[in-house]
Design a binder for this molecule. Sequence first.
Ligand SMILES: Nc1nc2c(ncn2[C@@H]2O[C@H](COP(=O)(O)OP(=O)(O)O)[C@@H](O)[C@H]2O)c(=O)[nH]1
Ligand SMILES: [Mg+2]
Length: 470
Amino acid sequence: MISQIGQSVIDTVQAAGQKVTDTVFGAPIRLGVTGLARSGKTVFITSLVANLLAGGRMPQLAAFAKGRVELAYLHPQPDDTMARFDYETHLSALTGPTPIWPENTKGISQLRLTLRLKPDGIFSALRGRVVQHIDIIDYPGEWLLDLTLLNKSYEDWSKDALTHARARDIGHNYVTLLDTIDPTQEFRDIDAKALSSTYAAYLEQARQNGFPDLTPGRFLLPGDLAGSPVITFGPLPANQNAGKKTLYREMARRYEAYKAKVVRPFFRDHFSQIDRQIVLIDMLDALENGPQATRDLRNSLIELMQAFRTGRNSILSRLFLGNRVEKILFAATKADHIPQSQHSQMTSLIQAFVDDATRRANFSGAETASLAIASLRSTTETRQSHAGKDMDFVRGTDLDTREQIAFYPGQLPDNPQSILSEADQSIGAWSLSEFSTMRFAPPKDALRSGEGMAHIRLDQAAQFLLGDRL
Ligand SMILES: Nc1nc2c(ncn2[C@@H]2O[C@H](COP(=O)(O)OP(=O)(O)O)[C@@H](O)[C@H]2O)c(=O)[nH]1
Ligand SMILES: [Mg+2]
């Protein structure tokens, strides 16, 4: 049976009067890769691309298992105005004589990888070869959280933002700054700058503390907008009577400009083009940081889900019609931080988080799945005695000292629900208080020629995201 996509390809070819034996180009697959800062996007894309190019370590990706991939190569970036994902630089960081993790990247970038396939699967009615582009788009999860702003006036956003800032110790500087500024006075750049830089510093701390409400997202990752008026504002207490030319009016105007000129175009021009999505989640880090961070992870997942929700009441359906994400994979990253014997617990935990967020966000639309993965496996395993018992350790190179160490991270629970409910209670027991992870360096010789990079379930992730189209 030929799927709809296969059929439409054939229709197009036949309509164009071509012979079916010619090379056929499948519509590009647009794969979005997102997640909050340091969730592992850059490493994921680098390893995925290295493994697709090498084809060596992808047994669970059916197109490779069946030997259908004749050739894989990087194609010039199709989009003239978007940064190219700097694959070569990231790869050389990971594979140098002293392997290091790639540098932080800010903003959106894209890479086009092309596969030449023997016709089979959805293309089985064809005789010639099939050329399939995969456009991989890396963008910060922080930007997704801005979606909620589209529904909020400056007054409402300010109200929520100030309620949080006042309730948190880290909000102190911003709250005291407000006492020294009169929003009904004539607008001055210096006040706007003070508000925005103090608010940005607060947001940065909020992010480090794992709070989910991190809007405006560009305050954290300004990219080339740094210093421009659209991101030089801050929340102010409601003021109906503020006249023209006042600080209040200008801050409200800039907030609206941020929505119209930054948030909306991102969703309209980029987000709406994505048809497959992976959301990377550093769940182990949240668990290590305790119940507060775990609760915040849970809340940010709910917010993320809202961005992907389709249907009549979703914000997005009012913004644009048409394209929708067909599949979303929620992947808990860095599974190599714990031994294989605990991977089933890690998998149940991420599944529980995703199920919970799906329910709470009233999610419907795309097909979703969850998985525990490591994009670049940096550890091996060893059994050692610990507190009088034999236990599974992970072994790798300490990132700071460059020495080989064996590390016992602690034990993840068998029952994920217990963790979710512990995280919900603001006080009480935290059964993972002993759990911790270690920062390992990337492995030596990460890329042996023709083999690809060692990973955990990266091929399963690729099969879920791309398999049906290859
Ligand atoms: N052990 C291990 N660490 C990883 C892996 N992926 C990412 N990391 C760690 O997470 C950090 C952030 O990853 P990166 O890809 O830069 O995150 P991004 O900010 O989402 O692009 C890296 O510097 C590594 O320390 C992985 O597969 N295994
Ligand atoms: Mg990155």
